[in-house]
Design a protein around this ligand. Structure first.
Ligand SMILES: [Zn+2]
Ligand SMILES: [Zn+2]
Length: 231
């Protein structure tokens, strides 16, 4: 379902930014909310149910992907996505020498850039996808209302792997193959990080998609099957 509703009225009170790159952060709870201000308030219950899942959503929503291999050339591990909107010279002021990285790594990091608002919307959307998974805990009423206002009713469409279409199960988050999570955050277009473009996918499916858009990936798969199976 498309994001049809950007009319949710947030509290918007500024939050203290303890991060490395000082952009203005703000409260994304609803206006007039009780309790303290937060930009990830809608993850509170997921944190209680499975802390690792909440951490994963925060990390994937806001950070560039870490290097998947260990080498000097892999570049810096996990930078705020909004930092990659800054110029090379601004980043040098934050002790990040982009020009010293290989062109491939530079391009990879720039591909992951996103505004703070887009990152928050990605986290909200991922939370919504979690609650639509088989075996997921039911959200408390306030979080249900909040996410349904943003993305539509929960429980109507089951969250499936964005790439292969097989239903995902909440338990898959805990399952790991050689220390790697079975479920990853995926992008229909790997160069766009926003709520309309993200979902969850099997790790192996995500690896297979690689840097292609989903459309490119499916076209490639069809060409493979034509060659190999003469379909
Ligand atoms: Zn607030
Ligand atoms: Zn899959």
């Amino acid at each position: 379902m498309d994001v049809e509703n950007r009319l949710v009225l947030y509290c918007e009170k500024p939050l203290r930014n303890k991060g490395r790159f000082p952009i203005p952060k703000r409260c994304f709870k609803l206006q007039g909310h009780s309790g303290s201000c937060a930009d990830f308030g809608y993850l509170a219950h997921i944190d209680e149910a499975a802390a690792g899942v909440g951490r994963k959503i925060r990390r994937d929503a806001t950070k560039t992907t870490g290097a998947s291999w260990r080498s000097k050339d892999a570049g810096p591990n996990r930078i705020d996505r909004w930092a990659m909107l800054l110029s090379d010279s601004d980043l040098l002021g934050y002790d990040l020498d982009v020009e010293a990285l290989s062109p491939g790594v530079q391009a990879k990091l720039r591909d992951k850039r996103a505004t703070y608002d887009d990152c928050i919307e990605v986290a909200q959307k991922l939370a919504w996808h979690v609650y639509n998974m088989r075996g997921a805990p039911a959200p408390p009423p306030d979080i249900r209302d909040y996410l349904e206002q943003l993305f539509g009713s929960l429980g109507e469409e089951e969250t499936a792997c964005m790439i292969c279409g097989e239903p995902l199960e909440f338990e898959d988050f805990a399952r790991a193959v050689r220390g790697k999570a079975e479920i990853e955050t995926a992008h229909a277009n790997p160069r766009a990080h926003n709520a309309d473009n993200v979902g969850f996918a099997h790790r192996i499916c995500n690896i297979a998609q690689g840097p292609r858009t989903l459309d490119e990936f499916y076209a490639w798969m069809e060409s493979v099957l034509r060659r190999v199976r003469r379909i």
